[in-house]
Design a protein. Structure first.
Lengths: 392, 519
């Protein structure tokens, strides 16, 4: 194998990811040119606050899709967990953290319930969660007695609306935010460097040093610019910290942990995985429990952002989360997909919605455009697969 | 005889690879023409060029069919001219009836453009009679065995007024009876003037049926043999395919046999859904360190079911019996239990049960032994790559890198990936189920060498196979399995194809032979 072959191999392998990255950059550039306010500090902050819960859902959805299932119930679970929390905190005056813990407990129970039917009874996830979608929506109405509850206020409200700023002072920009972003960039650089060293030690091919440095500098510049924009607005949103932590943790779980590997193996070929010692039923069970957990986190974030609970909350969220995964390169037949891809897929949806709102595109047109983007993304994926198979 | 097909200096390039280079193939009208070559030699590519899967313009060279230069833009074009290809993986829809399958895409139209099912069924019945299949055209295809499905594919080809029939490994999945029937049918069709190209790894079959044989190696035509010439022996074909003399088809080995490693006693297994159907009936066998033990049985004898039920109860229910590993009884409730106790099972169905075809070589190799790479639940990716690369080297897996997708490798290399996966779990007993099915001669030799290396290291190997020469070539001892019963065992020195076959065909209620047969 020579260097050109390996480079070609790398590009082919990463086509799904890099193609979607290019699309993302192009969409951002498009809106930035059409609307100067698009990249303003306030608007960037807004995008983060508005779409964080979809991104949180997309993380769990990705693992379900990779395993070869689908979860249609997450919107209803978001509503139910938010409702439980609201009943405890608003109606019964309990402290905010009781609400959060109760929501998470409900999410885990819901996940275990659905996981049980999928894994141990053998009903396809599509059916179980279609039932769940109705079931948990109905329970939400029951819990809330058909009426909205608000406001949370206080600490609960801060989960999705609070900022960390002013801790280190500053002159128009929040120094603390910049410091956190600085730490993140340095951490990223160090981890990339260590990965590179590890690869070299195992005699694997790595990109040339200048290329590596350029890549690092670009990533660092973009991240720091984003951090600076946030710092000059309201500081570091709490919800961004939650989201970043989840992305890092789940990125590791899916790519580096034995459990993550088992999810991909089960999605790629269930029988082969089973005969290789993977406990397929356990994998199915736990990905649904995990989805329940993440749906409850999204439920807390969403109810906090709305400062209350409505019976119809979270309607259609499942479709946004599923779309994010497929735009991000997940395969409809399972076995393929990455958390990073799903995040970019989600961001594409977010940026498009936000950009079109700024431009005053009517709601109807927004739906049309989003639908087309989903279709084109999957079409690109299929075209790409076909191309890859002809190359051989 | 006149020439029906001439393919002249066909060259087909993929980015970075020359799959075919100046290949010439001449097929006479009404002959059975065999194409032999190792996996990856370019046989399938050549057939794809011929049938229009790779359209005209994507290759260099010329195809002359029936006196006219052919420029097929798609598979429909070639079918319109009477060229039909039947792939190794059959293209039938299991839930549709025989007649529906035969006329799929070519429906018998009646009034108002609707399908005339009465006529279709009647036509189908005629076609079934031509291929010698006594089945009702309304039976769903899924209810029939592979052998009959193969015949339905041929009936489908006949419905398209086929003139050149191409069969890719038609008998790979068939038992001896069905294979014989299929070959008879081909001879019969030849009598009706249908020309046939057959791709096969079974050289005795080729010797049996082909009029001429073209050998392809590394994308080039080596020679075309007239099979009526006594010099056209199987050895000659093998020499042409591998480009060297294969002195022995089976590598030499001196057996050093140690203590018993695994013993199976009174093993009985029932069908997973039909609770009263006994699949394995009171089977007992053992295997010792440094020993290769064969299990011979016809299709449906329960070979795979026996192995899989032992391997962590992956098959069947109401399993009873005892397993002893190194003299101590063990209970295996799951595959991971089996792996922990040093038992490995490489399946007969690589694609369906052995590999994650959409994932890369590296992750397929590491899957079963992932625990070794992840002491605290986190996989060491660099170590994983090193391990995969090591197996790529030691088992000679032909792949650009270990990051390549497994689905794109040839059958022999896929099988090596499966074996790598199990070798990495460091098993004491390796059970291999049809380890060389659909694999070319050169790769077979390599697989046998891997088995020999394992036993040389003091491990025990159980080989399940329906190819008796293979068992006689590599085993120390052979058990026979018939209708779920172990019907005998012979040391390889006493075993012949004839006495094994006799033991393999003892029916369910016949008495087992006396003990002196069972040495």
């Amino acid at each position: 194998m020579n260097a050109i072959d390996s480079l070609r191999d790398m590009i082919t392998r990463n086509m799904r990811q890099s193609g979607i990255m290019v699309a993302f950059v192009a969409i951002v550039a498009f809106f930035a040119i059409l609307n100067p306010n698009f990249l303003s500090p306030t608007n960037l902050t807004n995008i983060v606050l508005q779409y964080s819960y979809i991104l949180i859902l997309a993380i769990g959805m990705l693992m379900i899709i990779v395993a070869g299932h689908i979860d249609l119930s997450v919107g209803s679970v978001v509503a139910l967990t938010g409702a439980v929390s609201a009943v405890l905190v608003i109606r019964n005056g309990m402290p905010w953290w009781v609400g959060v813990l109760a929501a998470i407990a409900v999410g885990l129970l819901v996940g275990a319930w659905q996981g049980f039917w999928v894994a141990y009874v053998g009903i396809p996830g599509f059916i179980v969660t279609l039932a769940g979608m109705l079931l948990f929506r109905g329970l939400t109405y029951l819990v809330l007695n058909n009426a909205s509850l608000s406001p949370f206020g206080g600490n609960y409200y801060d989960v999705a609306n609070g900022f960390l700023n002013g801790l280190l002072g500053g002159y128009g920009v929040d120094v603390f935010t910049l410091v956190i972003f600085g730490i993140a960039v340095v951490g990223y650089g160090v981890s990339q460097w260590r990965t590179r060293r590890g690869k070299i030690a195992y005699q694997q091919t790595v990109e040339s040093l200048p290329l590596f440095v350029v890549k690092l500098v670009i990533v660092a510049a973009v991240v720091m610019w984003f951090g600076y924009q946030l710092a000059s607005s309201r500081g570091l949103p709490l919800v961004l910290i939650i989201l970043a932590a989840l992305v890092i943790i789940y990125g590791l779980v899916t790519q580096r942990s034995v459990f993550g590997r088992h999810v991909y193996a089960v999605g790629g070929n269930r029988h082969a995985a089973e005969l290789s010692g993977v406990k397929v039923k356990k994998v199915y069970f736990w990905i649904f429990v995990n989805m329940g957990f993440l749906a409850s986190v999204a439920g807390v974030v969403y109810s906090s952002r709305m400062n209350g609970a409505q019976p119809s909350a979270g309607n259609m969220f499942e479709l946004d989360a599923i779309a994010a995964c497929f735009i991000g390169g997940a395969s409809t037949t399972g076995g393929v997909g990455r958390v990073g891809g799903a995040m970019i897929g989600g961001l594409i949806m977010a940026v498009m919605s936000n950009g079109m709102q700024l431009m005053g595109v009517p709601q109807s047109m927004q739906q049309v455009v989003k639908g087309l983007v989903l279709l084109l993304a999957v079409a690109f994926d299929i075209w790409n697969k076909r191309r890859a198979s002809v190359v051989r | 005889m006149s020439t029906i097909l001439e393919m002249r200096s066909i060259t087909k390039e993929f980015p970075g690879v020359k799959a075919l280079s100046n290949v010439n193939l001449t097929v006479e009208r009404g002959e059975i023409h065999a194409i032999c070559g190792e996996n990856g030699a370019g046989k399938s590519t050549l057939m794809k060029v011929l049938s229009g899967v790779y359209p005209h313009g994507s290759y260099d060279g010329e195809i002359v069919f029936d006196g006219e230069t052919a420029r097929f833009g798609s598979i429909n074009d070639s079918e319109a001219r009477g060229i039909v290809i039947i792939h190794q993986e059959l293209a039938l829809v299991p839930y549709l009836s025989v007649a529906e399958n035969i006329f799929l895409g070519n429906e018998v139209k009646g009034r108002a453009g609707l399908v005339d099912w009465n006529k279709a069924n009647a036509e189908a019945a005629k076609l079934l009679a031509r291929v010698g299949l006594d089945e009702n055209p309304v039976t769903p295809v899924g209810a029939l065995g592979v052998g009959k499905q193969q015949l339905i594919e041929i009936a489908k080809a006949l419905s398209k007024e086929v003139r050149l029939l191409i069969l890719d490994e038609p008998t790979a999945a068939l038992n001896d009876n069905d294979s014989e029937h299929l070959l008879d049918l081909l001879r019969h069709l030849k009598g009706q003037g249908i020309t046939c190209i057959i791709i096969s790894h079974k050289l005795n079959e080729v010797a049996d049926i082909a009029d001429r044989t073209t050998i392809i190696r590394d994308g080039q035509t080596i020679e075309t043999l007239d099979m009526s010439d006594p010099a056209s022996t199987q050895d000659r074909i093998i020499r042409g395919m591998v480009g060297r003399d294969l002195e022995h088809r089976y590598p030499e080995r001196t057996s050093v046999i140690g203590d018993e490693v695994l013993r199976v006693e009174d093993w009985t297994v029932y069908h997973p859904t039909q609770a009263d159907r006994k699949i394995i009936d009171n089977a007992s066998f053992n295997v010792r360190a440094g020993e290769v033990v064969g299990i011979a049985g016809l299709m449906g004898a329960g070979r795979t079911e026996l192995a899989m039920s032992i391997f962590g109860r992956s098959y069947g229910r109401n399993i009873s019996g005892h397993l002893y590993k190194d003299g101590k009884e063990i209970k295996l409730g799951s595959v991971s239990d089996a792996i922990r106790h040093g038992i490995a099972y490489a399946t007969e169905d690589r694609k369906g049960y052995g590999l994650n075809l959409i994932d890369d070589v590296r992750r397929n190799i590491s899957l079963a032994g992932l625990g070794n790479l992840a002491p605290r639940g986190w996989v060491n990716g660099n170590e994983e790559l090193r391990v995969a690369d090591e197996y790529r080297g030691s088992l000679n897996i032909k792949t650009p890198t270990v990051m390549s997708v497994v689905g794109q490798l040839s059958g022999g290399n896929q099988q090596k990936v499966v074996l790598s996966k199990w070798l990495y779990t460091d098993p004491d007993v390796l059970i291999v189920d049809e380890p060389t099915r659909g694999i070319d001669v050169g790769a077979k030799y390599e697989i046998y060498t891997i088995i020999n290396k394992m036993v040389a290291a003091g491990k025990a190997v159980v080989v399940i196979s329906s190819e008796l020469p293979e068992l006689l070539g590599i085993c120390d001892r052979v058990y026979t399995l018939a209708f779920g019963r172990i019907t005998g065992q012979l040391p390889v020195s006493e075993a012949t194809q004839e006495n094994l076959m006799e033991l393999m065909t003892i029916e369910r209620d016949q008495p087992l032979p006396t003990k002196d047969y069972v040495s």
